[in-house]
Write a protein that binds this ligand. Sequence first.
Ligand SMILES: CC(C)(COP(=O)(O)OP(=O)(O)OC[C@H]1O[C@@H](n2cnc3c(N)ncnc32)[C@H](O)[C@@H]1OP(=O)(O)O)[C@@H](O)C(=O)NCCC(=O)NCCS
Length: 180
Amino acid sequence: MSALPVTGGAGVIVRPVRPGEHGAVGRLLVEAYAPSGMPPDLDYWDALRDTTARTRDAEVWVAELDGSLAGTVTWAGRGSGQRELSRDDEAEFRMLAVDPRLHGRGVGAALLEAVLARARTEGWSAVVLCSATWMTAAHRLYGRAGFHRIPDRDWPPVPGVQLLAFRLPLPGHHLSGSPG
Ligand SMILES: CC(C)(COP(=O)(O)OP(=O)(O)OC[C@H]1O[C@@H](n2cnc3c(N)ncnc32)[C@H](O)[C@@H]1OP(=O)(O)O)[C@@H](O)C(=O)NCCC(=O)NCCS
């Protein structure tokens, strides 16, 4: 299933962000990343807040739980300026986050499953992402889904911050042309 909305486990609905939600999604991202230890002076905080900019070259999805905004993820398909480490045949996603008050209820897993469903349907060879060293809950989520580390693609966006690269190969049929 690739078309949104999708209803995942735990009754989570994943759907495209609506224009009136851009501010709330930005705030959710900042709130979710805040306890992580991310240095406060990074420009990345502005990138997290700016949902509108992100929608110009990627798809921003949200998760709804019991009718409320619960989480978000950014799907960076073919040609997206949000792609950071993917090769041409690899899908990439970014900025996965769940409202800290709703952690541990399967919202993150539902967003990840929506990403994987889109990637499988579009025939991408793999899904990749990068994640900061301190995002350990996310790393467990990725491990459970079958992602493995690809250290040769780790990279430092700014001095002192190392991003870890993860990859999930998708077996089966792949489009030979231009996925996504
Ligand atoms: C990573 C993140 C998105 C996970 O979101 P989440 O909604 O809490 O994820 P899930 O609920 O699917 O899984 C989290 C935990 O809850 C558990 N869980 C999931 N559903 C559950 C349920 N119904 N009952 C009990 N526990 C459950 C999972 O087993 C998992 O346990 P673990 O982390 O101890 O291994 C969230 O922690 C977050 O926003 N972190 C900050 C931002 C971040 O690091 N983003 C990653 C960017 S690369």
